[in-house]
Structure formats: structure tokens, C-alpha cells
Ligand binder design. Structure first.
Ligand code: FOL
Length: 185
């Protein structure tokens, strides 16, 4: 059965940067809280969500937050055998998005699936037939970055309004941003 929708979630700055030197280029507490809430919240309390990430994204998460709590953590790598030795019990290591989807569809307790980066994983998820929505936080500043969110094709993704997601400008310290949602047509 092919029912798994891939939702992407990312925060990007004006130049579409998402990371620098293996870390986030900014520290935005409320924005990170939005990421946690969105990826954790479920309608059915008997279910959980899954997060899919690349190996480098896995490595960029601070040790005290790994694996991401209350979520099934799935890490993609071409070198499954090597990474399996290094991740805690319960973390799923697979070589592709399709293998991740197969794993998810083999469980009955996963409600939503969130793709949390980085660049190449976002790109593959955006091009995947199961791609659903992109939850993109647009930070109104430029940061020096070495990793970027892929270009969102305007003819494929349309901005939508989502209930419960504020449309107003958000501000933290001297940085402001918008929570945007794009839906694949
Ligand atoms: N999406 C959005 N909107 N913002 C992000 O910062 C973001 N970051 C990633 C992917 N999508 C994103 C990848 N990077 C943690 C750290 C880095 C990271 C993703 C998650 C992390 O440690 N998360 C903890 C909360 C940490 C905290 O409260 O400071 C978690 O439980 O989610």
C-alpha cells in the first residue's frame, strides 16, 4: 500500500542556506520548538511520527537530543553496516527513501512522516511521488552557509494556508522569520 506522504520540514535563510560547518547557522529557540512540535504531534495518541534524515543531519543533532524523542528515527546512508554499529538501539538505518517508506508501511503505528534533511535528502523527497507538503521557515536574514535547501519548483508547489500555523512574522531577538507551507500540486 502506498499511503505514506513525505512532509519536509526545514528552516532556511534568505540565501536558502540551512547549515554551516555541520551545524545550524543560527540558534532560534522558538523556531526549534516549532520543529519539535510539528514533528512530534499526532492526532491518534496510540501512534507516533517518523523522522527521516541523512547521516550528516543525524550527526549534527546534539548528543543529548539523540535519538529525537517521541519519534521513530530513520537515518539514511549508503553505508548501512557501518552506521548500524554506531547508532543507539531503536534507530532505523536504511540505504534509501524507498526503503524507509517500506519500513514505515510495515508498521501500523506511524501517523506522519517528516523528512528533516539535509540537502540531498530534501531533494530526493521533493522529487518523490509521495511528496506531500513542505514546511519551510523563511528566515529574513542571510547567513554564511555551506549547505542549502533545494530550489522549490513554483510550477509544482503552491503556497497554502494551514490551520494552526501562524501567518504573521515571528521574531526572536534581532531575527525574524515566517512559517510557510507549500503543497505539491
Ligand atoms: N526544521 C526547522 N523548521 N527548523 C530547524 O531548525 C530544523 N533543523 C533540522 C531539520 N529541520 C528543521 C535539522 N537539524 C535538532 C537539532 C538539529 C536539527 C534538528 C533537530 C534537535 O536537537 N531537536 C530537538 C530539540 C532541541 C532543543 O529543544 O533545543 C528535538 O527534540 O526536536
Amino acid at each position: 500500500m502506498c499511503k505514506t506522504k513525505l512532509n519536509l520540514i526545514a528552516a532556511a535563510c534568505e540565501n536558502m542556506g540551512i547549515g554551516a560547518n555541520g551545524a545550524l547557522p543560527w540558534r532560534l529557540k522558538k523556531e526549534m520548538a516549532y520543529f519539535s512540535t510539528m514533528t512530534i504531534k499526532v492526532k491518534d495518541p496510540s501512534k507516533v511520527n517518523a523522522v527521516i534524515m541523512g547521516r550528516r543531519t543525524w550527526e549534527c543533532i546534539p548528543p543529548k537530543y539523540k535519538p529525537l524523542s517521541e519519534r521513530v528515527n530513520i537515518v539514511l546512508t549508503h553505508n548501512v553496516d557501518v552506521l548500524k554499529e554506531k547508532v543507539p538501539e531503536g534507530v532505523i538505518v536504511v540505504p534509501s527513501i524507498d526503503e524507509a517508506i517500506s519500513y514505515i508501511e510495515g508498521r501500523e503505528d506511524i501517523e506522519s512522516t517528516w523528512v528533516i534533511g539535509g540537502s540531498s535528502i530534501y531533494q530526493a523527497a521533493m522529487e518523490h511521488p509521495n511528496c506531500g507538503k513542505i514546511y519551510l521557515t523563511e528566515i529574513q536574514r542571510s547567513f554564511e552557509c555551506d549547505t542549502f535547501f533545494p530550489k522549490i519548483p513554483q510550477e509544482v508547489f503552491k503556497q497554502v494556508k494551514e490551520d494552526e500555523i501562524p501567518e504573521e512574522k515571528q521574531t526572536e531577538g534581532d531575527i525574524s522569520y515566517y512559517f510557510r507551507v507549500y503543497k505539491k500540486l
